[in-house]
Design a protein. Structure first.
Length: 603
């Protein structure tokens, strides 16, 4: 497939008279064949540092400038600006940008918090107030936002088609446009580098993560460079210039990827990347980048697909309660966290939002269900159960998944590649509907003073972790097969039996079907059977809590049958020979069915 690349070459600065002239929806542009200037650019997957920029001097008639009290009608556009380094991303407290884009293509930036209740993509009528010089204007060099005095939805966002079934045909087309904004100059970025990144590792990533339902491919366009008067301080103007030159029109499954020249790096308003937030995997959208890194382009396309950031919830010595903070971009396992040299699997919360989790790979459990043991395959595996969805009594959702050095996450096994020292194990995510659409919980929380250096988030092996205020207690146990068995005890009841190769860890228990008995493996190694009122009925070690009527000393032991059968299998039902009564029985042993129909010893 031939791929055309467009570049916007900045025009000289306009005079005061020219600046005062009415602006059009599409910045003036010409197509040229200006050669690229020799300059090194980041390799795919490599981040470059872009210095802070100075805010531009804005004339009253610049794009986005309207009179106080004016009412404008347009589509609400939300776009995420990205940072060049992980440190910058994590230290940023800025959220997404919001614009009201009118039918002529001009736009007015508004504070995102003023329209946070308005659906992205909806047509809105907005009355604007004074200019607000926020961090995006003061630090990043964007045009000042306008205060929203009143806003109403005129029409809902256009409906997006359903995501395609798994296949091999291209589902999402990407038109590539190289851009040098006003005041800039061309760098050495080539057509081949951009197209190879999109058609190669970026397409491979989204194809595998969607199980073949998102298939990216580039489309052709103009072959020359383009001169434009638009700058990064007016990103919608940049996008409109590129779209006009390429003949690109917005629509479902259509993406406009603009490459913004990296020269000079300190151009006002230029982010490392910027992408529209779509409404679904099929809504399409616009994005720009200043490097060709796989993780960067994949991340920005994720925004087009409707995903926010993958961040982390850090709490002071607890998993999700008490003094907490949301640390932006801090889910380094995930593509929608900070963009760095490695690209991990899409987490289950984000994959669910896209609708790309196959039914065969996910199990669900609610707080009113009986607890159970679930064996999870790694997220990088091609088959098997890879996710567990827990729903609390209050409706909160938790996604559990196993991360290990398999498939897309194989870099986790290399100390040189896994620079953040991320640990393997079961991760817990909560979906969100704000700026972040996924929150990674820290299952091994530290005190507040250790948050910055704490890179260990997985559920510790063989130790219980409480979620949703005790609605669930989960623990993980590694198996010889490279999988992990998760024991989930619900508020309603714990599991009643163990399957092959499953075991109780310290603090875990089996609960009889009627709830009247439980077998607990205590932290001291004692397996103790309790009845109603926590009455000790049996213990397998010599020293145990005193039995009723005794002052202490050795516990009363029941026969365990043959030595090789000494393992708790679980609570079950046993009937009499006549079948006239039922009782709850604790089966101890590891024997399978025999000709006599007996499983171990019944107690």
């Amino acid at each position: 497939m031939s791929v055309a690349v467009i570049a916007l070459v900045g025009a000289p600065a306009a005079s005061a008279e020219e600046s005062a002239a009415p602006t059009s929806a599409t910045a003036d542009l010409t197509v040229t064949d200006a050669p690229a200037r020799p300059q090194s650019t980041p390799e795919v997957g490599e981040a470059s540092s872009i210095p802070a920029v100075q805010p531009p001097v804005v004339d009253e008639d610049s794009p986005g400038q309207v009179e106080l009290g004016s009412t404008i009608v347009g589509q609400l556009v939300q776009a995420w600006p990205e940072h060049a380094t992980v440190d910058e991303a994590m230290q940023s407290d800025q959220g997404p940008l919001a614009f009201v884009e009118q039918t002529d293509g001009s736009s007015v930036r508004v504070p995102n918090e003023d329209v946070e209740d308005v659906p992205v993509g909806a047509t809105v009528e907005v009355t604007v107030g004074d200019e607000m010089v926020d961090a995006s204007a003061e630090v990043d060099g964007l045009l000042a936002a306008r205060e929203v005095l009143e806003a109403s939805v005129v029409a809902p966002a256009p409906a997006s088609p359903a995501i395609a079934a798994a296949g091999t045909a291209v589902t999402n087309s990407v038109t590539i446009v190289r851009v040098v904004p006003a005041g800039g100059q061309a760098d050495s970025m080539s057509v081949a580098t951009l197209s190879n990144a999109v058609n190669g590792p970026v397409a491979d990533f989204w194809r595998t993560q969607s199980r073949g339902r998102i298939q990216l491919g580039t489309t052709s366009g103009p072959t020359g460079w383009i001169t434009s008067g638009a700058s990064c301080s007016d990103p919608t103007g940049l996008w409109n210039s590129a779209a006009a030159a390429a003949g690109w029109t917005a629509g479902p499954n259509r993406h406009l990827l603009v490459y913004v020249s990296s020269l000079p790096q300190s151009l006002p308003g230029c982010s490392y990347g910027l992408a529209e937030v779509g409404t679904s995997a099929t809504s399409g959208g616009r994005l720009y980048v200043r490097a060709a890194g796989t993780s960067l382009i994949a991340h920005e396309l994720g925004h087009n697909f409707g995903l926010g950031h993958s961040s982390q919830l850090q709490c002071d010595g607890s998993v999700e309660t008490g003094t907490c903070q949301v640390s932006p971009y801090r889910d380094f396992y995930d593509v929608m966290g900070a963009s760095w040299s490695q690209l991990g699997s899409l987490n289950a919360a984000q994959a669910s939002r896209l609708g790309v989790i196959p039914p065969s790979s996910a199990l669900s459990m609610s707080a009113v269900d009986r607890g159970a043991f679930v064996e999870l395959q790694p997220m990088g595996a091609e088959a098997g159960v890879r996710t567990l969805r827990l729903t609390s009594a209050a409706g909160e959702v938790y996604w559990l998944e196993l991360r290990s050095a398999v498939g897309q996450d194989r870099w986790m096994g290399s100390a040189s590649a896994n620079v953040f020292g991320l640990n393997s194990g079961v991760l817990v995510h909560r979906p969100a509907d704000a700026d972040e659409t996924s929150l990674l919980l820290d299952a091994t929380p530290t005190g507040r003073s250790g948050w910055d250096s704490d890179g260990q988030s997985a559920v510790p092996f063989d130790a219980p972790v409480s979620l949703a205020g005790g609605d669930f207690v989960v623990s993980a146990h590694a198996t010889p097969r490279g999988t992990v068995t998760i024991m989930v005890a619900t508020r309603a009841q714990g599991p009643s039996a163990l399957a092959a190769d499953q075991a109780l860890a310290a603090g875990q228990a089996l609960v009889s079907p009627g709830g009247g008995f439980r077998a607990t493996l205590q932290s001291d190694g004692n397996l103790v059977v309790y009845g109603s009122g926590d009455r000790v009925l049996w213990a397998n070690y010599r020293w145990a809590p005193p039995l009723p009527g005794r002052s202490g000393g050795p516990a009363r032991r029941r026969p365990l049958g043959r030595p090789w059968c000494r393992r708790v299998v679980g609570f079950g039902r046993r009937c009499s020979r006549t079948g006239t009564w039922w009782c709850t029985a604790l089966v101890i042993g590891c024997c399978g069915p025999t000709t006599g129909g007996r499983r171990g010893v019944v107690w």
